[in-house]
Ligand binder design. Structure first.
Ligand SMILES: Cc1cc2nc3c(=O)[nH]c(=O)nc-3n(C[C@H](O)[C@H](O)[C@H](O)COP(=O)(O)OP(=O)(O)OC[C@H]3O[C@@H](n4cnc5c(N)ncnc54)[C@H](O)[C@@H]3O)c2cc1C
Length: 397
């Protein structure tokens, strides 16, 4: 027999986007259920675990050592020939603030939602979505049993492999150029500066992507690679490039791998519409990842927060049609869209940039204090030194 459940809002996916949505809806006093297909929230981890320090003020969280491993002073960009550019976190982007324990962070967000009154089912996978009078019905397999969940609004928080938004009629198709394949090792016994994340740029290290080192503590770091799908010539290329890098770098070659994780991230623009009748799409499911860095936890949380707040308002007004939910589209775009678009354009430029050009750009940029100069001044200064870079620089900076 098919079980039944009726709620105000159903959140599908228990990642950061889902948990922040569920938290806001519960805080608004409405009945919300979050379902997660895995048997445990946050595991397995598929993440470099870098996140902006702003996450504390955005979500009103305390600085908690149980999920914050280390705090960065900035980032180092390393060019193909080894030129180093040091940048502060305000410019380095959202992945350079803290390096966290993602499994504990995700669990903390889910527990925060549950403590606010949200119901949570693990081992519960959504299998279909249908609109009905006044809401939608989602079928789900929970602990091996079929359950039909009726909700006034459904949130697609089901991550990179999202199907829910598509079931709801929204276009989430990704071009090959907009997908990066990643593999990462957590390594101990490596020689890293605990205060700086590092990005190794250029085709030499990672065609169509970069290698990162995100330090989690003394001599421990997440060392990973992201490669654009169009740059992968043979299966296993990302692992080969990462292994080569580690083997040839004295600071990492003596390290021991304690964990391997792999996955894909979208590096395109967010989907065109994130709202439909009875449905909102949040986080990776809406392709809200920063296309330049592959970081998506911060934007997942922002979108979840805005989705939750919009749902509360829509439920109070009794209108969960696309029109009633439309405030969400504006709210998340106002906060993060500009940066995502800017970084998308920069990523497009970087994909085709030759290593020699990248060397000159990083060398040129490293001569400036990026906090002090405007983009125009930067462009002028570098082009004066390297006039041949004019075309490559326009659009990149
Ligand atoms: C190798 C790698 C490194 C990364 N490094 C970073 C980094 O350093 N910093 C950063 O900010 N971001 C990083 N990211 C991206 C980051 O992990 C994502 O942006 C983030 O997890 C998005 O959160 P989310 O809640 O939208 O999706 P997810 O965290 O993916 O959560 C979606 C959840 O939905 C569940 N689900 C899916 N389908 C269903 C269903 N039908 N029914 C029920 N549940 C379902 C999944 O099991 C999953 O738990 C990295 C990604 C990869 C792959």
């Amino acid at each position: 027999m098919v079980g039944e459940r009726v709620v105000d809002a159903l959140v599908i996916g228990g990642g950061p986007a889902g948990s922040t949505t569920a938290y806001e809806v519960a805080m608004g006093g409405f009945k919300v259920l979050m379902i997660e297909k895995r048997s445990e929230i946050g595991i397995p981890v598929r993440c470099g675990e870098g996140i902006s320090k702003e996450i504390l003020s955005i979500l009103n969280l305390k600085k908690d050592p149980s999920w914050i491993c280390s705090e960065m002073d900035g980032a180092r960009l390393i060019s193909p020939c080894g030129k180093v550019m040091v940048i502060g976190p305000e410019i380095a982007g959202p992945e350079t603030g803290f390096v966290i324990r993602r499994e504990i962070f995700d669990r903390m967000l889910a527990e925060r939602a549950a403590a606010a009154g949200a119901d949570l089912w693990v081992n519960a996978e959504a299998t279909s979505f249908d609109r009905v009078e006044g809401g939608a019905v989602v079928n789900c397999i929970h602990d091996g049993k079929e359950v039909a969940i009726k909700a006034k609004v459904v949130v697609a928080a089901d991550g990179f492999e999202s199907q829910v938004a598509r079931w709801g009629g929204l276009n989430t198709v990704l071009a090959e150029r907009d997908i990066d394949t990643c593999i990462q090792y957590e390594m101990m016994g490596v020689d890293v500066d605990e205060k700086y994340v590092e990005f190794y740029m250029g085709k030499r290290y990672a065609p169509g992507g970069y290698i990162w080192s995100f330090p989690k503590g003394e001599n421990i770091s997440n060392v990973g690679i992201g490669m654009n799908a169009t740059a992968i010539k043979r299966g296993g290329d990302p692992k080969r490039y990462l292994d080569d890098f580690i083997r040839n770098n004295d600071r990492f070659s003596k390290g021991i791998i304690t964990e391997i994780n792999a996955g894909a991230v979208s590096v395109g623009l967010p989907i065109e519409k994130t709202v439909a009748d009875r449905m909102l799409v949040v986080g990776d499911a809406a392709r809200m990842i920063d296309p330049l860095t592959g970081g998506g936890v911060f934007t997942a949380c922002i979108s979840g927060q805005e989705a939750g707040r919009t749902i509360v308002k829509a439920l109070e007004e009794g209108d969960t049609s696309a029109e009633g939910l439309s405030g969400y589209e504006r709210a998340w775009r106002d906060q993060v869209e500009n940066q995502l678009v800017r970084n998308y354009l920069a990523k497009e430029k970087l994909l085709d940039l030759d290593d020699e050009v990248l060397d000159k750009v990083i060398e040129g940029l490293s001569e400036y204090d990026l906090k002090e100069v405007s983009t125009q001044e930067l462009l002028k200064g570098i082009v004066k030194k390297h006039p041949e870079l004019m075309n490559d620089l326009t659009g990149l900076i």
